[in-house]
Structure formats: C-alpha cells, structure tokens
Design a binder for this molecule. Structure first.
Ligand SMILES: Nc1nc2c(ncn2[C@@H]2O[C@H](COP(=O)(O)OP(=O)(O)OP(=O)(O)O)[C@@H](O)[C@H]2O)c(=O)[nH]1
Ligand SMILES: [Zn+2]
Length: 337
C-alpha cells in the first residue's frame, strides 16, 4: 500500500493510503538509521551526508510504502520512502550539513498577508519569499481583507492592493487578492490549489484559516495554535500537518500544509553570495556585472545597481536585498518586523 504522510508525533505517523484510508504506522528500524552519524548538535558527519540524502528521514509530505508488521501483529510499518522532488527545510544555524526537512514534496508556497489589520509589511514579505526561493519553491502572494482598503468594497480594494504590491508582480510573483468577508477571489485561489501541495504561511491574523475554511469547509487548520506556541518562546517546532483538500466528490484534490514555522526556518546557512539568486528580478543581471563575484553593494560596473538606477528593478526590493545580505553575512537569525 502506497500513501502520503499527513503528520506524526512520537514516532507514530499518520499515512493517507492511496485507497483513501488513514492508517497509523511506525518507521521500520532500518529506515531510522539515517540518524546515525549525527553530531550532538544535530549536524551530520560528512560521510553520512550521502546516505541522508538518499534515504532521508521521514517528513510530512513524503510518499511511502506501507507494509504490515513483520511479526504479523496487524500493525502497519513504513517500509520505504520514495525520493523527494522538493522539500522545505530548515538549515542548521551556522550552516553545515544538518538540516531538518519540515515538509517534503511541496509544489508551491502561498504567502498570505492582509491588505490591512494587520498592516502588511513588504519587507517581511521579502523574507518569506527568500525562504521559498532558498528552497527552490515557487511562491505566490495572497493579500486578503481587500475590502478594508476599498471603502468596504473588495473590487475597489483589489485595485489598491495591486498598485501597492506592484513590485512583487513585476518581480514575477503571482498575486491573488481576496476577501473572505465578501467572497472575493476565492475561486481563482482554489484553482491554483487543485492538484498541488501548497505550503501556507504568513503572519498571524491575516485570515489563513478563514480562507481555507471558506474554500474547504471543515478543514481544521491550526495555524494560530502554533504561532502562539512560537510566541511563547517554545523552540521545538511543532511538526507541520498535511491537510487533504477534498473535491466535490470527496476525492483528494490537493493538499495544504500549514507551516507558520516558515518564519522560524529563516535562511541561516544560506551563503551570502547566493542571496542575489533569491530575488528573481535580479537574476537577469547577475551575469552582467563586471566582477564575477560582485556583491552588488558598491562595485564599479555592477549591472544590478544600474538596473536599480534606471528603475528596471525596484529600489525597495534592492534595499531589502542589501539588508538581508548583511544579516546573512553576520549569521544572525532574521528579525521579524
Ligand atoms: N475584514 C475582514 N476580516 C477577515 C477576512 N478574512 C478573515 N478575517 C478576520 O481576520 C481574523 C483573523 O483570521 P484568521 O483566519 O484566524 O487568521 P489566521 O491567518 O489564520 O491567523 P493565525 O491563526 O493567528 O495564524 C478573524 O477575525 C477573521 O474573521 C476578510 O476578508 N475581511
Ligand atoms: Zn553587481
């Protein structure tokens, strides 16, 4: 029986089988061995990296094969883990080989903000997008509560939001403007969720749960519960949960995973030289700089700075890049606005 891992606690994993039945299963002993070779701080010894990436530890979103327990107790065991096509991982602070995979096989990241209440912080959005880019995941931006900036009208609000977030659409990010209150933009959003696994993230109170509940009544996101525990200073990340999205005939039409922990992932360990690639609008210029190792700060002949001066690249996004570059260089965890 093949299936997908929905969640897990204390070594017991919930697996949605391709037959639609959710079963609890434990990981076969030999698959746990990828933990061998870890240093006390959780990072991997060099010689274990290859086996870690080949076998990987189990994560939510992994495709697995279930088998009944060898001793024939009727219990299910996870017998094999299929190779991942993508992952959302938390790098270990200070770099190194260690990383913790939060979700496997994510197709896209949806970063949700509100048009107001809470007021959106574009620079915080930049950070979420960099986390997605650093994981090589496609990202979409959702701005909810549109009616709040349109004198109570979501259609008018959408125009205001599109203007305000123009830097992001110019950078290539799809922008979805919604209002749960007025059921605006919901069908368009549903269309991009169908058939995919989407990681849902964003600040507290922007309407993530409201959006998902409006689209899929009965879906029980517990995004808020986690943000709260993070605020209380608990450092253990509560595992992500994969929620099956059901189509009209109750068949599984995609998955959404709630990952407020995306904030926590940060991008420690991302080399400062690679940050420019996490800003898609800078990519066309990176090979045009005079110096191959141009940092795009003050070097002569920097194509990035020229593009900013000409208005081809948003100055606000460029300045955000510079600020994040400093943080990455210093190795300090990102501050959240
Ligand atoms: N005005 C307005 N309020 C909304 C809209 N969508 C959601 N809200 C309200 O915003 C508040 C927060 O919504 P939630 O869905 O709990 O937000 P969340 O992003 O899941 O927040 P956390 O669980 O803390 O991560 C609730 O009071 C919702 O009723 C909207 O389109 N317009
Ligand atoms: Zn440059």
């Amino acid at each position: 029986m093949n299936g997908v891992v929905l969640g897990g606690t204390g070594g017991i994993w919930r697996v949605l089988g391709d037959d639609g039945v959710v079963r609890e299963a434990s990981l076969r002993g030999r698959l746990k061995k990828s933990d061998e070779g870890r240093r006390a701080d959780g990072s991997l010894r060099r010689d274990t990296v290859a086996s870690e990436s080949r076998r990987g530890k189990l994560a939510v979103g992994d495709r697995v094969t279930l088998a009944t327990d060898a001793r024939d107790t009727g219990a299910w065991a996870i017998d094999a883990i299929a190779p991942r096509h993508s992952k959302l991982a938390r790098r270990s602070p200070g770099g190194g080989y260690g990383e913790r995979v939060l979700v496997a096989n994510v197709d896209q990241v949806l970063v949700v903000f509100a048009a107001a209440r809470p007021e959106p912080h574009e620079r915080m959005l930049d950070r979420f997008l960099v986390v997605a880019e650093a994981n090589e995941l496609a990202a979409r931006i959702v701005v909810n509560k549109a009616e709040l900036v349109g004198d109570g009208d979501a259609v008018r609000g959408e125009a205001v939001v599109r203007e305000r977030f123009a830097d992001f659409t110019r950078a290539g990010y799809p922008l979805h403007v919604t209002s749960v209150a007025q059921r605006h933009g919901l069908e368009e959003l549903r269309e991009v969720l169908v058939g995919r696994t989407s990681a849902l993230t964003g600040p507290s109170g922007v309407g993530k749960s409201s959006l998902m509940n409006a689209l899929y009544p009965g879906l029980d996101l517990r995004v808020g519960a986690i943000s709260e525990s993070v605020n209380k200073g608990r450092h253990t990340t509560v595992g992500a949960l994969l929620h099956p999205l059901r189509g009209p005939d109750a068949s599984v039409a995609g998955f959404v995973v709630d990952t407020p922990g995306l904030r926590e992932i940060g991008f420690w360990g991302l080399p400062a030289e690679s940050l420019d690639e996490c800003f898609p609008e800078l990519r066309p210029y990176l090979d045009e700089c005079r110096f191959g190792d141009c940092a795009h700060v003050s070097e002569p002949g920097c194509a990035v700075r020229e593009a900013v001066a000409e208005g081809a690249v948003s100055r606000a996004r460029y300045e955000s890049f510079l600020k994040l570059r400093e943080e990455v260089r210093e190795g300090t965890p990102p501050e959240w606005a």
